[in-house]
Design a protein around this ligand. Structure first.
Ligand code: EPZ
Length: 424
């Protein structure tokens, strides 16, 4: 079984380039279906999840061609309105193709993504949005089956600012007749980037990134070239790792406003976060850090996708911290693994009380989901001794060339296969 091995205690020092944003790229890839032409996406990360999304698109007739400066996707002719069950179960975000396929073909039959380790992950808000635009949507035999001769702009209110539901509604509304107003939609940077892509294709979108968005649909959208933003969660993970290892790390390819909440909380702990260029920041930490309290919220609040990594940092920060997870109902699976490394964490519902212990000690641990795995990497980088992390396929879903990047800034990290005894 593959494992990541880390010899802890090395401060991260140097400069890292942040990859394109996984969660943005997945939405942008789905949105290429909205244009009956070729879209070239730049800065798309090489990740397992991206590969699955490309397989989904290919399965319905999109011609995919990797170029030196991006990925060209020709969605002129879609050959099917349904996607393979196994692909959607492998990567839930492939459900995001429902809206665009329905808008392009008048019908769509997409497997329901089901739950995952961190929660039940319902899609009711996605379906509510499509129904508001005039679609008939039924759930049959584990599939969402949607039909609409024509989608018509509507006023839609989302009970919760769901990122995926906002993206589904944006992509369908971009091809609907008339104007859609979306109230209480998600405001994440991936929403703004998706709006920029759809606008370049010919839709008219105002208010992306605010609590009220206005989308004017067009009957026909054209393929364009678009560059995906830098990954704020990858960047945040490295910022936290730099703080945990008391390093001095510069990150390039990330916008300050995309990591503002984390920057503020790290500064509250006594970590120095400075902007050295429009898309570059420097994180420096020395000596003792101050414990803090964190509550995850939809953007611009503190991102749930950095909760596990932040818990690892707080687990190594002497004093009492409190972490409240308000977005997902089961996102503390990393706690048991951190306890194996000597952490002192008590959870009650969606709240974790952390008594920091420094240093943690290296141990064999298991990644249970993507960001829990990232948290274990953070802990291993700062722990005393060797940490062995299994379940690395979870980590590979969201981090491009992780070991290579960390080694380039001083980490002692490697990957071993079955029976190998590589020392980091
Ligand atoms: C996206 O998931 C991200 N994934 C997640 O990142 C991220 O954690 C999440 O947004 C929140 O930021 C991708 O973009 C591919 P939501 P999504 O819909 O869209 C409830 C990672 O680690 N909800 O905003 O599925 C839901 O149960 C992953 O990179 C409904 O109730 O998230 C959850 O409690 C993990 N009904 C909350 O909203 C719905 O129809 C947030 O979910 C949809 C969601």
């Amino acid at each position: 079984m593959e494992a990541i091995l880390i010899e802890g205690g090395q401060p991260l020092v140097g400069t890292l380039a942040v990859s394109g944003a996984k969660n943005t790229a997945l939405a942008l890839l789905a949105a290429t279906l909205c244009a009956s032409g070729t879209t070239v996406l730049e800065n798309v990360p090489e990740l397992a999840d991206v590969q699955v999304m490309l397989e989904v698109l290919t399965s319905i007739g999109v011609k995919v061609q990797r170029q030196h400066d991006g990925i060209a996707l020709d969605a002129s002719v879609l050959t099917s309105h349904t996607t393979p069950y196994d692909l959607v179960t492998r990567m839930r975000a492939s459900f995001f193709v429902l809206g665009p396929i329905l808008a392009r073909l008048g019908q769509a039959r997409i497997p329901l993504p089901g739950g995952c380790a961190i929660g039940s992950r319902p899609v009711d808000l996605h379906l509510k949005g499509l129904r508001a635009l005039g679609a008939e949507v039924a759930i049959e035999h584990g599939y969402a089956i949607a039909k609409a001769d024509k989608l018509v702009g509507a006023a839609i209110y989302l009970d919760y600012p769901s990122v995926g539901a906002t993206e589904t509604i944006m992509m369908a509304a971009a091809l609907a007749e008339g104007t859609t107003t979306l109230t209480n939609g998600a405001q994440e940077p991936e929403i703004v980037d998706l709006a920029e892509l759809l606008t370049a294709m010919g839709a008219r979108i105002e208010g992306a990134g605010t609590e009220c968005m206005r989308i004017e649909g067009r009957p026909d959208l054209v393929g364009v070239r678009h560059r995906c933003i830098g990954d704020r969660i990858e960047a945040g993970t490295f910022m936290i790792a730099a703080a945990a290892t008391r390093g001095d790390l510069t990150l390039v390819g990330i916008r300050p406003e995309h990591v503002a909440s984390l920057s503020g909380k790290l500064q509250e702990m006594g970590v120095s976060v400075t902007w050295t260029a429009p898309e570059a920041l420097r994180v420096q930490a020395t000596g003792e850090l101050t414990p803090i309290d964190v509550r995850t919220l939809p953007f611009p609040g503190f991102p749930t996708d950095l909760q596990a990594q932040t818990m690892a940092l707080l687990a190594m920060t002497p004093g009492t911290s409190m972490l409240t997870e308000t977005v997902f109902e089961n996102r503390f699976l990393h706690v048991d693994e951190l306890l194996r490394m000597g952490a002192n964490i008590k959870t009650e519902g969606n709240c974790a009380v952390i008594q920091g212990v420094r240093p943690l000690t290296g141990a064999p641990v298991r990644a249970t989901d993507l960001r829990a795995g990232a948290a274990l990497v953070v802990a291993g980088l700062a722990a005393r001794g060797t940490t062995q992390i299994t379940g690395v396929h979870h980590i590979d879903r969201g981090y491009e060339r992780l070991e290579e990047k960390l080694i380039s800034v001083g980490a002692r990290i490697t990957r071993s296969g079955v029976g190998e005894t590589a020392k980091p």
